[in-house]
Design a protein around this ligand. Structure first.
Ligand SMILES: [Zn+2]
Length: 338
């Protein structure tokens, strides 16, 4: 298998992903997903004209789209539509995931990212309801999308059209977390240690990873609405070993990616009737437990070619923020609708 490692810069687990992806042939890790570990939101930069009512908003094509979308506090009151592609689009008629449900709790509420296409909210409620059947107490839900989707002010390149959701690999406790706890509690990494060291043991930590984690992800992936689930390659490996049954089709959807050892990332297919919503190509056939995974678990994607000098930071490719002009035209309507 040809794997184009040059398409990506290995990015340490703590840095947000900078690779933009809108489609995938499955063979190039860099084309698979653009998402990363959520980082705290800085004070929002409010662009000029944003104090004005939404309809009078002055939109400049050359401005970073994240400034506009990051400043929108509520959803666009339009018919629900995922517009564009996962890492280049926006969301009309977004629904909110309530902070609390019987078997879920939304985290990091200050970010106001618990918005999604109604199909995503329905999916999450169904998954939460089924979680106890898998032996999982309930979901702690991380970032979905901003109220009107679009590029985020920090942390992710995808999550733009309301069809992506991060779910913690930490079980919901038996009590309601306070708003403060939801800001401060950290999820638990499933890794044994750092991955970017030559010869690192790239397996999950058996003291943290359990079959219940595996059952939850299997259940999440087996749903027809799901296009892909992104996990750390270490977790993909554990799932490949966990599944001893004959039906390995769900594993096809579970894709290795940077980060994603504190949470898994569910991506739904475009809901029926979503004109202007662009699906990714389906993952390549097979369970994905072969050569592609072996590559991901090797030193190749993780260890810098030239050893870093002590104290030297890894190189991260900085991309210019996406301008409003890069998004589908309908995203302007999404911004100004009120
Ligand atoms: Zn994510």
């Amino acid at each position: 298998m040809t794997v184009d490692a040059g398409a990506v810069t290995p990015i340490p687990d703590t840095k947000p992903e900078t690779v933009e992806a809108t489609s995938s042939d499955g063979a190039r890790p860099g084309a698979e997903l653009a998402a990363g570990i959520p980082v705290p939101v800085k004070k929002r930069a409010v662009p000029e004209g944003y104090d004005a009512p939404q309809a009078n908003l002055v939109l400049r094509s050359d401005r970073p789209a994240k400034d506009y979308f990051g400043a929108a506090d509520g959803p666009a009151p339009l018919k629900a539509r995922a517009i564009g592609s996962y890492a280049k689009g926006c969301l009309a008629g977004g629904s909110v995931l309530p902070p609390d449900g019987p078997t879920w709790q939304a985290m990091r509420l200050s970010r106001n990212r618990n918005w999604g296409h109604p199909a995503l909210i329905d999916y999450l409620k169904d998954l939460a309801a089924d979680a106890p059947k898998a032996g999982w107490n309930g979901l702690l839900v991380g970032d979905l999308a901003q109220p009107r989707g679009g590029p985020m002010t920090s942390g992710h390149a995808s999550h733009q059209i309301g069809l992506d959701a991060d779910i913690w690999l930490t079980e919901m406790p038996n009590r309601r977390l306070t708003p403060e706890e939801r800001e401060e509690i950290s999820a638990i990494s499933m890794l044994k240690g750092p991955l970017d060291v030559k010869g690192a043991d790239r397996r999950v930590d058996p003291a943290k990873w359990t079959d219940t984690h595996a059952r939850l992800i299997r259940h999440a992936a087996s749903d027809n609405r799901v296009a892909r689930i992104f996990v750390s390659p270490t977790i993909k490996k554990a799932l490949c070993e966990f599944e001893t049954g004959r039906d390995r089709e769900w594993l096809r959807k579970v894709r290795p990616w940077w980060g994603h050892h504190y949470h898994f990332h569910v991506r739904l297919s475009c809901p029926p009737g979503s004109t202007g919503c662009k699906d990714q190509n389906p993952p390549p056939p097979g369970d994905g437990c072969g050569a592609h995974l072996t590559y991901w678990l090797s030193d190749e994607p993780w260890v810098p070619k030239e050893p870093r000098k002590p104290g030297e930071k890894p190189k991260v490719v900085k991309k210019r923020p996406m301008a409003l002009a890069a998004l589908p035209q309908d995203c302007r309507t999404v911004l100004t609708a009120n």
